[in-house]
Design a protein around this ligand. Structure first.
Ligand SMILES: Cc1cc2nc3c(=O)[nH]c(=O)nc-3n(C[C@H](O)[C@H](O)[C@H](O)COP(=O)(O)OP(=O)(O)OC[C@H]3O[C@@H](n4cnc5c(N)ncnc54)[C@H](O)[C@@H]3O)c2cc1C
Length: 409
């Protein structure tokens, strides 16, 4: 039996403390906030999309950084195990569109309650308002932790579960990364992910609040296409957001930071070929020869996009449809199939659902979550260089890595 300290009472830390406790270790869970799972309360818009009930192989396709590292963790404790775990600890669950799992109550607090119940069952000692300052490492072995209060607590094993650096007010402030660096471990560059994007053109904010469904977004530079996907996006006062854009941010973040800007095109009519669109427009024009272009565009576009189209076509809306030239019609079709804007950056960590980058997975044994070169030390959850798309995948990464780390001590 070992004395184990888990630092961080978020998703990964609570699960690690539970599984270590379940194995009979003497576990202390140290959390600097006044309560456990502060970030969990705001997940899934307060409903906590706590996992995704897909096949494990599909799960890996939704992991953006280092999916292979997660094989042992997910095969040991995957989405099915998590759903059973939550149900067994008194919180009924349901699965919605896209295999997204939630508590039936739609209250994220019920997920934390289930975890707290589990922690009590295995006698984990919980210390709230307890901030760890540093790890005590002696001759390549962790021997304890020092608290902000200057007190040192000794132990046989430390599990670091301090999270990433997004939404800092929930407690994730990057302490684990700092300790890893101080211990000589490699920490890969970090950036906000699942985050909205800033856009250069002034016409984008003029459509703020407009949500586009069933559109295709392509992001590219002069060398290649970096993202191409279909879904829903939103215009905001600074640029773009919505599910399609959040996923894009995870894929293009690194290249965007390197290049400074990227081009984007939205196909507003992905179900229609250019030829089909041209026939439709010709029909509309023929039926409305003496009207203004804007009145025909209103049948093709959301109303807040109409003035933007008129501006980009450089068209005088006093003119009637019968004066629209072939070239102007071609410009209109090309705007509908490839509406352009320039992405100039990622929004910051306060708006990022996850952090991309973190403690390098090369430092960690994926079958135990133990650090390869420092004895008695494990890292779990978002502090590691692991991130996934939305849909419950990020929390499952926290549960799975936490569970395997506790089990492996
Ligand atoms: C708005 C929002 C919505 C989200 N929605 C979802 C969703 O629906 N589904 C999903 O799968 N994922 C979602 N995520 C992502 C998910 O919440 C995280 O990936 C997950 O919580 C990471 O868990 P973690 O335990 O690794 O880190 P965290 O949850 O960040 O926990 C880290 C804990 O460590 C504590 N800590 C840090 N430093 C110290 C220290 N020095 N001493 C003591 N304690 C310390 C912190 O206070 C914190 O409690 C969402 C994220 C956000 C921001």
């Amino acid at each position: 039996m070992s004395k184990v300290i888990v630092i961080g009472g978020g998703a990964a830390g609570m699960m690690a403390a539970y599984s270590a406790g379940m194995c009979g270790h003497k576990v202390s869970l140290l959390e600097k906030n006044e309560k456990l799972g502060k970030k969990i309360y705001i997940t899934g818009k307060g409903r906590c999309n706590f996992t995704n009930a897909c096949d494990i192989e599909d799960f890996f396709k939704n992991v953006v950084s280092n999916p292979k590292f997660l094989y042992s963790s997910l095969y040991t404790f995957g989405p099915d195990s998590m759903i059973d775990f939550i149900e067994l600890h008194g919180t009924p669950t349901k699965v919605e569109r896209g295999n997204r799992a939630f508590p039936v109550s739609d209250h994220a607090s019920d997920i934390t309650k289930a975890l707290e119940k589990a922690l009590r069952e295995v006698n984990v000692d919980i210390s709230l308002n307890t901030e760890v300052d540093s790890l005590v490492i002696d001759n390549g072995k962790v021997t304890g932790v020092t608290l902000k209060s200057n007190k040192t607590i000794s132990c046989d094993h430390v599990i670091v579960a301090t999270g990433g650096i997004s939404y800092r007010t929930t407690g994730s402030t990057g302490d684990g990364h700092k300790w890893a660096k101080a211990a000589g471990l490699n920490v890969s560059d970090m950036r906000p992910a699942l985050v909205p994007l800033n856009v250069k053109e002034a016409y984008i904010p003029s459509m703020q609040g407009l949500a586009l469904k069933n559109v295709n977004l392509t992001i590219y530079d002069d060398k290649k296409k970096h993202y191409d996907s279909f879904g829903e996006m939103l215009f905001t006062h600074f640029g773009v957001s919505g599910p399609l854009v959040l996923s894009a941010s995870s894929i293009i973040g690194k290249i965007l930071q390197k290049r400074g800007s990227l081009k984007a095109l939205v196909d507003l009519k992905p179900a229609l070929s250019k030829e089909d669109l041209e026939s439709r427009i010709l029909r509309d024009f023929n039926d409305n020869m003496n009207k203004h272009l804007s009145s025909v565009l209103r049948g093709l576009l959301p109303s807040s996009m109409v003035p933007v189209f008129i501006e980009l076509m450089d068209f005088d809306d006093e003119r009637q449809i019968n004066s629209v030239t072939k070239e102007e019609r071609a410009t209109l079709i090309s705007l509908l199939k490839a509406f352009p804007f320039t992405i100039t950056g990622l929004r910051d960590y306060n708006e990022a659902i996850v952090t991309q980058g973190g403690v390098s997975v090369k430092e960690i044994d994926p079958s135990t979550l133990k650090c390869k070169n420092i004895q008695g030390l494990s890292f779990v959850g978002e502090v590691l260089d692991l991130d996934a798309f939305t849909g419950g995948f990020n929390l499952q990464i926290a549960w799975s890595t936490g569970y395997l780390a506790g089990l492996s001590i």
